[in-house]
Design a binder for this molecule. Structure first.
Ligand SMILES: [Zn+2]
Length: 106
């Protein structure tokens, strides 16, 4: 039951990433996995208003939110869901309506 709060600012210019899970690539760099939101360094919540600690989200100050785009991003391998509110607020040029990678049905 998350309140549908709108971000205070319509556009994020320095968006980084907060994600539900983490994986480490071959170079030992942490990458976001699972559910991904935009996050601005210094904030305790995501762009869409989720409190990081209570939502169990991990900060990735070294990963740009744009890099989680499954079409163009270099850090999107393990991304399963990009928050459409955060994507819209970030002014992502593509997929501004958000996207979802659905699991195949068994
Ligand atoms: Zn979000």
């Amino acid at each position: 039951m998350s309140p549908s709060r709108r971000p205070a600012r319509p556009t994020v210019t320095s968006g980084k990433v907060a994600a539900r899970d983490t994986w480490v690539d071959d170079d030992g760099i942490r990458k976001p996995a699972g559910e991904v939101h935009a996050w601005e360094p210094g904030q305790n919540q995501t762009v869409c208003g989720l409190p990081l600690a209570r939502a169990g989200l991990v900060r990735f100050p070294h990963v740009a939110f744009a890099d989680t785009d499954p079409l163009t991003g270099g850090s999107a391998d393990a991304v399963r869901w990009v928050c459409p509110k955060c994507a819209a607020a970030s002014g992502r040029p593509r997929g501004s309506r958000g996207w979802e990678r659905r699991d195949p049905r068994p």
